[in-house]
Design a binder for this molecule. Structure first.
Ligand SMILES: *Cc1c(COP(=O)(O)O)cnc(C)c1O
Length: 457
């Protein structure tokens, strides 16, 4: 099909929308390593996991064999309120860069949570409701996940308790108020409401909090209260499964116009948007049907894939969660305080870690001033004010398009634009004032936290 026929925005008809999620683990010859019980170092059983997570989500977490899993009707209905998300041909960006590359982005910022996180939040809330639970607990860092979950919980009339990393709670009062508007109960973490929070506070009274620490509190809050379970917005295989809706829609839309991406790019925090976007394409690669180049983009200040080790580690500071084998910087790793671009989790999805380890996916790291430069450029040309997280993918996509300009190759690039940046204006302000600096941890710093990994044999 000639280029001119491809619209700026490719939408899907309701009838074309995916009715199933795709489970990439089913096509992986080598499966991700199992979650381990930190007390016994034995694989976590469904029964053990069910104390922390909803029953159906435990099944999905352990399901390595079903390639497709039906999206329940109610979730499909909810998806219809804000999906399909647009797949945009970045004609204006291409023109400005004067590149022969064709650039597409899948934009997930078209809902109030401002990110892709709602795709999994609604699924997790649905299964909690199905199980007859009173509510769920979770942590949130920058606040997108907490917002998405509070929206999903209010839709299903579930109680929602969010432990929000203290510095974000103070720096992002608007996110907090969005969550409260949807009825969530928001507590700055670490807090005195949990045993693990009190312990962390007594050791580090001045701490600004961290995701790892907020996870520990949320898990304790779930397991110590009748009728509650803990839900997580990234990293877990069930979350990648729900996020596969991003990749499924992209693939259906591209197939409609005979477009085949050569390069697929996503930012990587815990790996959920990237895992979701690449899943169906990776499936084709795993089955030997097609080949694609996949690029994970992470911040140079929190480089778990590019500088971490592939080992079992704790998922949280309080060491209450199962152990997961993943690329990790160590659960004690804290990104520098001047790091403003999100994606600050110490580990990476076990699915993506395994794919990366097998050489099926590449990873790069980028510095935050370069990320904000790309964000500003993108905002001015394509009109959307991107989230700092998403801008990591923008930076990499622009770099790939500029390589095409040098070589004259007409590559097709697809990247995930995970969300909008309206709540990140302090970070944008620092960039606009020229106050933003880059920070790259030294090998010694990384080694210090990597040395604290649990010894598993
Ligand atoms: C949470 C978030 C990310 C990173 O999380 P992943 O699980 O790695 O996808 C990226 N972009 C936005 C807008 C987010 O809210």
């Amino acid at each position: 099909m000639s280029d001119t026929k491809i619209p700026y925005k490719i939408y899907l008809e309701e009838s074309e929308m995916p009715k199933q999620w795709y489970n990439v683990r089913a096509d992986m010859k080598k499966k991700p390593a199992p979650l381990l019980n930190p007390a016994t170092n034995k694989p976590m059983t469904a029964e053990e996991l069910s104390h922390v997570f909803c029953d159906e989500l435990v099944k999905q977490e352990l399901n390595e064999t079903d390639r497709y899993i039906d999206i329940p009707e109610e979730i499909q209905e909810f998806y219809k309120m804000y999906r399909p998300s647009p797949l945009v041909r970045a004609y204006c960006l291409e023109k400005k860069l004067d590149t022969p590359a064709k650039i597409y982005y899948k934009f997930e910022g078209n809902n109030t949570s401002g990110s892709h996180k709602l795709n999994s939040a609604i699924a997790q809330a649905y299964y909690a409701k199905q199980q007859g639970l009173k509510g769920v607990t979770t942590e949130t860092g920058a606040g997108q996940w907490g917002t998405a979950l509070s929206m999903a919980c209010s839709y299903f009339d579930l109680d929602c308790k969010v432990y929000m990393v203290k510095c974000s709670y103070e720096q992002k009062p608007f996110r907090r108020e969005v969550m409260r508007t949807y009825g969530a109960n928001v507590t700055p973490s670490p807090s005195v409401t949990t045993e693990v929070g009190r312990k962390i506070l007594s050791e580090f009274p001045d701490t600004n909090g961290s995701l790892g620490c907020a996870i520990s509190e949320a898990v304790e809050a779930a397991t110590s209260q009748e009728g509650y379970r803990y839900v997580l917005g990234s990293v877990l295989s069930q979350v990648l499964l729900h996020q596969s809706v991003i990749g499924m829609e992209s693939k259906i839309a591209m197939d409609k116009y005979d477009i085949t991406p050569d390069i697929i790019i996503g930012c990587a925090g815990g790996g959920s948007n990237l895992g979701g976007l690449i899943s169906p394409f990776m499936g084709e690669k795993l089955r030997g049907e097609k080949d694609y180049k996949f690029i994970a983009v992470e911040p140079a200040s929190c480089p778990s894939l590019t500088r971490g080790v592939y080992a079992y580690d704790f998922c949280d500071t309080g060491k209450v969660c199962p152990l997961q084998k993943m690329y990790t910087l160590g659960s004690g790793f804290m990104p520098s305080a001047n790091h403003a671009g999100g994606l600050r989790y110490h580990g990476m999805s076990s699915v993506l870690s395994e794919l990366y380890d097998e050489g099926l996916m590449e990873a790069i790291s980028v510095e935050q001033t370069a990320v904000f430069e790309a964000a500003q450029q993108f905002a001015r040309i394509e009109g959307i004010l991107p989230a700092p997280e998403s801008s990591h993918a923008i930076k990499a996509a622009i770099d790939e398009a500029m390589k095409c300009k040098e070589t004259g190759e007409e590559k097709t690039i697809l990247f995930g634009l995970t969300g909008t940046g309206y709540f990140d204006m302090y970070a944008y302000g620092a960039y606009n004032d020229g106050r933003m600096s880059d920070y790259i941890p030294t090998d010694e710093e990384l080694q210090k936290s990597i040395d604290t990994l649990p010894k598993i044999d």
